[in-house]
Design a protein around this ligand. Structure first.
Ligand SMILES: NC(=O)c1ccc[n+]([C@@H]2O[C@H](COP(=O)([O-])OP(=O)(O)OC[C@H]3O[C@@H](n4cnc5c(N)ncnc54)[C@H](OP(=O)(O)O)[C@@H]3O)[C@@H](O)[C@H]2O)c1
Length: 259
C-alpha cells in the first residue's frame, strides 16, 4: 500500500517503536493519529500537525475516542498500527494472574477492540491495512517470557485469521516480529527483569528507527509478516527444524531462579 496521503492510527506512539513509526510514516506523507497515555511526550512526537488521543488504550472509551476523533478530523482510517504493548518477565508457574490479565488487556484485547471499531469502516470503503506488532517471541516461546510470548502468539493468530476473514473486503493484515529493539521496553515491563546474559545481547539490538523503517517498507509491499532484523528468520527456522535443541539451549540460558 502506498503510504503517501494515507491516514495512519498508531497506538503506543509516545516513545520507542511507535514514536519512530510516527516519524517514518510522516516522512512518507502520511496523516497521523497518535495514541498513548503520556500527553507531553505524545505532543512532542505529534509536532504541530498530528492528531493525538491521550488515554489508556485498554479502556473502551479511549479506543472509541481515538477512532471517532480520527474519522472526524480526516474522514477515514487507512492503516491501523496496533503497536502499544508491555512485557512481563516471570516464570509462568509463579507469575501473578492479575498482572498477566493486565498484559493481555494491552497486548491482545486492546488491538482486538480497535480492530472491531475500524474494520466496519474499512469494509465499507473496501480498503485498509491492519498492522499488529507482535515479537520474535510470538514465533518462538522464550522462558520467563512465556506469558508475554503467549500474548504475541495470540496476536499473530488473530492477524492470520483476519487475513482470511477479510480477504474479499480489500483489507490487508500484517504481523510484525521484531527481535531486540533499543527502547525502554525492558524497563517498562509490568514486573521482573531478563537474565543478565540476555541483556548483554543489547549490543546486537536494532534501533527503533530501523524497526520503524522495516514496518513502513512492509506496509508498502503489502507483506504478511515482517521479521526485523531479517536474520532473525534463521532463529525461527532453526527452532522449527530442531525444537528440542533450541529448547535445551534456552533452558540453559534461563537456568536458575529469576531475580
Ligand atoms: N523493544 C523490543 O525489544 C521489542 C521486541 C519485540 C516486540 N516489541 C513490541 O513492540 C511494541 C512497542 O514496544 P517498544 O519497545 O516501543 O516499547 P516502549 O518503549 O515501552 O513503548 C511502549 C509504548 O506503548 C505505550 N503504552 C503502554 N501502555 C499503554 C496503554 N495502557 N495505553 C496506551 N499506550 C500505552 C507507551 O506510552 P505511554 O506510557 O505514554 O502510554 C509507549 O508509547 C510492543 O508491542 C512490544 O511488545 C518490542
Amino acid at each position: 500500500m502506498r503510504i503517501d496521503g494515507k491516514v495512519v492510527l498508531i497506538t503506543g506512539a509516545s516513545e520507542g517503536i511507535g514514536a519512530a513509526c510516527a516519524e517514518s510514516f510522516r516522512r512518507r506523507g502520511a496523516k497521523l493519529s497518535l495514541v498513548a497515555r503520556s500527553e507531553e511526550k505524545l505532543r512532542q512526537v505529534a509536532g504541530g500537525d498530528a492528531l493525538i488521543t491521550v488515554g489508556d488504550v485498554t479502556l473502551p472509551e479511549t479506543r472509541a475516542a481515538a477512532v471517532a476523533g480520527t474519522l472526524e478530523r480526516y474522514g477515514t482510517i487507512d492503516i491501523l498500527l496496533n503497536n502499544a504493548g508491555v512485557g512481563l518477565y516471570s516464570p509462568s508457574w509463579r507469575a501473578s494472574i492479575e498482572e498477566t490479565r493486565r498484559m493481555y488487556e494491552l497486548n491482545f484485547f486492546a488491538p482486538l477492540g480497535l480492530i472491531q471499531l475500524v474494520v466496519p469502516h474499512m469494509r465499507a470503503k473496501k480498503s485498509g491495512m491492519i498492522v499488529n506488532v507482535s515479537s520474535i517471541a510470538g514465533k518462538m516461546t522464550l522462558p520467563w517470557f512465556t506469558l508475554y510470548s503467549s500474548t504475541k502468539f495470540a496476536l499473530g493468530s488473530l492477524t492470520n485469521g483476519l487475513r482470511m476473514e477479510l480477504r474479499y473486503d480489500g483489507i490487508q493484515t500484517m504481523v510484525v516480529c521484531p527481535g531486540y529493539v533499543k527502547t525502554r521496553f525492558q524497563t517498562n515491563v509490568i514486573d521482573g527483569q531478563p537474565p543478565d546474559r540476555l541483556l548483554r545481547g543489547r549490543k546486537f539490538a536494532i534501533t527503533p528507527v530501523q524497526c520503524a523503517e522495516a514496518i513502513a517498507r512492509g506496509v508498502e509491499r503489502g507483506a504478511r509478516t515482517v521479521v526485523t532484523p531479517a536474520y532473525s528468520w534463521i532463529y525461527i527456522a532453526f527452532h522449527g527444524l530442531f525444537p528440542s535443541l533450541v529448547d535445551s539451549q534456552l533452558a540453559a540460558i534461563y537456568h536458575g531462579d529469576p531475580p
